[in-house]
Write a protein that binds this ligand. Structure first.
Ligand code: ADP
Length: 397
């Protein structure tokens, strides 16, 4: 550890309902390098702590016998991180925050006043925002004097034109905040930052990015800026996902209430946790399990997922007025050639010609040289995007 003694680090935190994920980046001059990463999982039941340096597992142990608060978990997590920092100092903390509404368009220094404003978005993201904010409050108390920053999943989409943000409702609803915000912005921002080195035409032109993980969405970028995305007012809209249904006729919700007597919390559980790949297949939310399954419903779930992604690609290409490139990222996008192949085959009409060999070895380019539209696989890295933002804010301060 002596070669790591001293120095400065940036801590990146992503606090969810049942887990807190973290990354520690070393700051060496202008260079950022990932040092530690891990998570506390099972906050609501029996928390377990895992930490890695590179690929080496350096912590793997229970953290609590019963439920533990975000503050309690962070307390122990910071103690454990400090043991492995070799005297390095945390000079900045970056928090992933799901919702910044229309007002937070850039990373923002956190204080009581900003927290108060962020509380207003809890009703817009009730499953994520309260946990993000609980972690921030705990950290501000634990590390007073260390600058902390909020980096928003919505911010990258604030370049989306008004016409693409509006629902066809009376204007008072948009004024009350009911509009399309879009999410996964930190992932899209990271991918946009990689495009210039990958393909100048994709960077300056019309590119659709598929962020396909447990949560899944797509983003249309013109010159690296978001102009449309599949998620809307909440992160349940757009594509079918691991357990979320994606776009749903609002008439279905009315029918569930009126005819099947489901209450709001039951509908919430259905559309967020019991639908999508899991709900359709009855087998699993994990694409690996579905591809390995003989169950007809597993095949149907994958068919619907691929079909919907293809439909949305057509819609986003229309929003862009054409298409120069597509990019696959996140768990499924980076690791599942079979799913990429289905989507590319369905998009042949748009001028995408898949290179099956390149696709099997995960690219980075997976389209043929003759393909009119280029296709790529680019691993996303939301944590390093947050760390870069924190670094930028520290330099600016
Ligand atoms: P999250 O949105 O929770 O971060 P991920 O990005 O890890 O989720 O995506 C989860 C999905 O990605 C699962 O459906 C799984 O099948 C797929 N996936 C993740 N990692 C791999 C892998 N190494 N090989 C194949 N599929 C993977």
């Amino acid at each position: 550890m002596s070669d790591r003694a001293g120095g400065r680090v940036i801590l990146v935190l992503n606090a969810g309902s049942s887990s807190i994920k973290f990354c520690v980046f070393r700051l060496d001059g202008r260079e950022l390098s990932r040092d530690l990463r891990g998570q506390v999982a099972g906050l609501a039941t029996a928390a377990k702590f895992v930490m890695r340096r590179g690929e080496t597992l350096i912590e793997d142990r229970p953290l609590a016998q019963g439920p533990i608060s975000h503050a309690g978990a962070l307390e122990q997590l910071l103690d454990a991180i400090e043991v492995h920092l070799g005297g390095a100092r945390i000079v900045g903390v970056g928090h992933r925050v799901v919702h910044g509404g229309l007002e937070f368009m850039v990373p923002t220094v956190l204080n009581e006043e900003v927290l108060h404003r962020l509380d207003r978005y809890v009703p817009l993201a009730p499953l994520h925002q309260p946990h993000n904010l609980a972690a921030i409050r705990a950290m501000l108390e634990r590390l007073p004097g260390t600058p902390e920053f909020a980096c928003f999943d919505t911010a990258f989409h604030r370049t989306i034109p008004e016409v693409a943000q509006l629902f066809a409702l009376p204007p008072r609803f948009a004024a009350a905040g009911i509009r399309r915000y879009g999410f996964h912005g930190l992932s899209y921002e990271y991918i946009a930052s990689r495009l210039p080195a990958l393909d100048a035409r994709a960077a300056s032109g019309r590119t659709v990015v598929f962020h396909l993980g447990n949560g899944a969405s797509m983003c249309a970028m013109a010159g690296g800026r978001s102009v449309a995305t599949t998620m809307g007012f909440t992160a349940v809209d757009g594509l079918p996902m691991g357990t979320r249904c994606g776009s749903l006729d609002p008439g279905v919700v009315l029918f569930l209430m009126d005819e099947l007597a489901l209450g709001p919390r039951e509908i919430e559980r259905l559309i967020y946790h019991e639908s999508g790949l899991l709900g359709m297949s009855g087998v699993s939310s994990d694409v690996r399990d579905l591809l390995a399954s003989d169950a007809p419903a597993a095949a149907t779930a994958l068919d619907v997922f691929g079909y919907r992604a293809g439909r949305e690609l057509g819609s986003l290409a229309a929003a862009l007025g054409g298409l120069d490139a597509i990019v696959f990222t996140a768990g499924i996008g980076e690791n599942q050639p079979e799913i990429r192949a289905r989507i590319c085959r369905a998009a042949e009409w748009l001028g995408i010609e898949l290179d099956a060999v390149a696709n099997a070895r995960h690219g980075p380019r997976i389209s043929t040289a003759a393909s009119h539209v280029a296709a790529y696989v680019v691993p996303t890295d939301e944590e390093s995007m947050i760390a870069r933002h924190v670094q930028g804010m520290l330099v600016a301060a």
